[in-house]
Design a protein around this ligand. Structure first.
Ligand code: UDX
Ligand code: ADP
Length: 467
């Protein structure tokens, strides 16, 4: 019986291993973590990760061939294949701060494998890491002092939050990078055999180690770049009277371009895009490629511009001041369907408004009050009483001067905007950062509406331009 151990019971490790256990009943899968609290949660009825369908998968396998444990050494020692799925956040200090990936957790996992192993193992990088990290992993493992043989593979994860289980069950591709040696090919084969339980062979792509590592960063950078590209077009649409939605639809019908990831909005968020683009920028810089670094840096710069442009639009529309005014914020998660707020544009928009002394009243169907307070706490000079967390959209909007839509939750499409209008101060402003509202209908009701990438409201056109 093949035994798999996964170091790191996080957003990636937990769901990925649960699906492997589901599809491979003859493989024993142990997920380990340094955090006993995380492990307790995985062993409880309240999983630490919210993903549609995940509860059912975990319930079907836990206690059968899926276990969660804080005993890292024992499970690493027992395993034939060890996945490393630890967090690799952006470094906040030291060399490469603000761009380079922080490999502290990754290194401690590598050392744990080196120390605990008594038999040969295939070690699989699941975490998103800088290109050539596998070679660094090999150097750590080679100095384990034992004669255990390790083969390192790269097998990045591509699922998106909110659709993790569905993406894992039916992936566009499974990417496996390894060395082109007899041992390397054997290791790749062993991992292919795991995925072959449910993934058609033509969807399992094999490459060199470095290509696999770089492909993950490149895939996220390409997706982020599409969003920044359409956002750059959205700024031009607003001042020229074009509509970004129509432009995106026209551009996307060309099959060479494709129609996904072309929704203009208040900017991209999430734990991956910015982190991975910056990691790519850093790799280019370190390898003496300033022009390539500058190109990718601009994807992040455009995203920052889009968020600050939105804040400036809100403030300038409301007579250049929001001080003391109530602004309703609908949506706080970085996208619909998740409770995750990491790098959510809503955080930056709220901080911008709070910095201008607005009072924000936030409503999100999934994000907890604790999380909203934590994320807004660091706003410059903001006072606790400037932030309210509302139970629904109507409460958030009651008495507000303006309303910002910052996550594309479906329920925001069908709100009773007449009721909201009646409860708001006049003129009542709506700033739609996600193309959710029906601009024409809202204007008929009497709102002054700004929607990213749409021709400006006549009211807004007379105001000073927002650069
Ligand atoms: C992303 C990748 O899609 C996934 O393959 C990778 O493994 C992890 O990173 P995720 O972060 O879950 O997944 O979110 P995604 O759905 O890609 O959206 C990222 C951000 O881009 C969100 O804030 C979303 O609102 C924004 N976005 C996306 C747009 O603004 N416009 C679009 O057209 C698409
Ligand atoms: P990701 O989104 O990449 O899955 P998370 O932060 O959700 O990242 O999860 C990473 C997990 O890895 C955390 O639960 C963390 O406690 C765990 N972890 C980090 N370093 C180690 C380590 N050396 N050994 C075991 N677990 C680790």
């Amino acid at each position: 019986m093949v035994k798999i151990c996964c170091i790191g019971a996080g957003y990636v490790g937990g769901p990925t291993m649960a699906v492997i256990a589901l599809k491979c009943p003859a493989i024993e899968v142990a997920v380990v973590d340094v955090s006993p609290l995380r492990i307790d949660a995985w062993n409880s009825d309240r999983l630490p990760v919210f993903e549609p369908g995940l509860d059912a998968v975990v319930k079907a396998c836990r206690g059968r061939n899926l276990s969660f444990s804080a005993d890292v050494d024992r499970h690493v020692a027992d395993a034939d294949i060890v996945f490393v799925s630890v967090n690799t956040p952006t470094k906040t200090r030291g060399l490469g701060a603000g761009k380079a990936a922080d490999l502290t957790y990754w290194e401690s996992a590598a050392r744990a494998i080196a120390d605990a192993s008594r038999s040969d193992k295939v070690v699989v990088e699941k975490s998103t890491v800088p290109v050539k990290t596998a070679e660094a992993m090999e150097r750590i493992l080679a100095h384990s002092g034992s004669d255990v043989a390790f083969q390192v593979l790269s097998n990045p994860e591509f699922f998106a939050e909110g659709s993790a289980v569905q993406n894992l069950l039916c992936p566009d591709r499974v990417l496996i990078g390894g060395w082109d040696t007899a041992e390397g090919r054997n290791a790749v084969r062993a991992l292919m055999d795991v995925y072959a339980h449910w993934v058609p062979e033509d969807r399992i792509v094999t490459t060199s180690l470095s290509s696999a590592e770089l492909s993950k960063l490149a895939a996220n950078a390409f997706l982020a770049q599409r969003v920044s590209s359409v956002n750059a077009i959205s700024a031009l649409c607003e001042v020229t009277g074009a509509d970004a939605l129509e432009v995106a639809r026209s551009v996307g019908t060309d099959h060479r371009v494709g129609d996904s990831f072309l929704n203009a909005g208040v900017g991209f968020g999430g734990s991956s895009f910015q982190k991975d683009v910056l990691s790519l920028v850093y790799a280019c810089e370190c390898n003496g490629l300033p022009e390539a670094a500058g190109y990718w840096q601009q994807v992040v710069a455009m995203n920052e511009y889009q968020k600050s442009r939105f804040v400036r639009r809100v403030v300038s529309s409301m007579f250049n001041t929001v001080a003391g005014k109530k602004v309703a914020v609908l949506g706080f998660a970085f996208k619909k369907g998740v409770c995750d707020t990491r790098e959510s544009p809503a955080i930056d928009v709220c901080r911008g408004l709070l910095g201008d002394r607005a009072h924000v009243s936030v409503y999100d169907p999934l994000v907890s009050e604790k999380q909203i307070r934590r994320d807004t706490a660091a706003a410059p000079a903001a006072k606790v009483e400037q932030v309210r967390v509302a139970r629904d959209a109507y409460e958030a909007a009651e008495g507000a001067h303006g309303l910002c839509v910052l996550t594309e939750w479906d329920e925001f499409r069908t709100l009773d905007y007449r009721r909201i209008f009646d409860g708001m101060q006049k003129p009542a402003f709506v700033f739609d950062g996600r193309n959710v509202v029906d601009v024409g209908k809202l204007r008929e009701i009497g709102f002054v509406v700004y929607s990213v990438g749409k021709p400006l409201d006549a009211w807004l056109e007379v105001l000073p331009a927002v650069a």
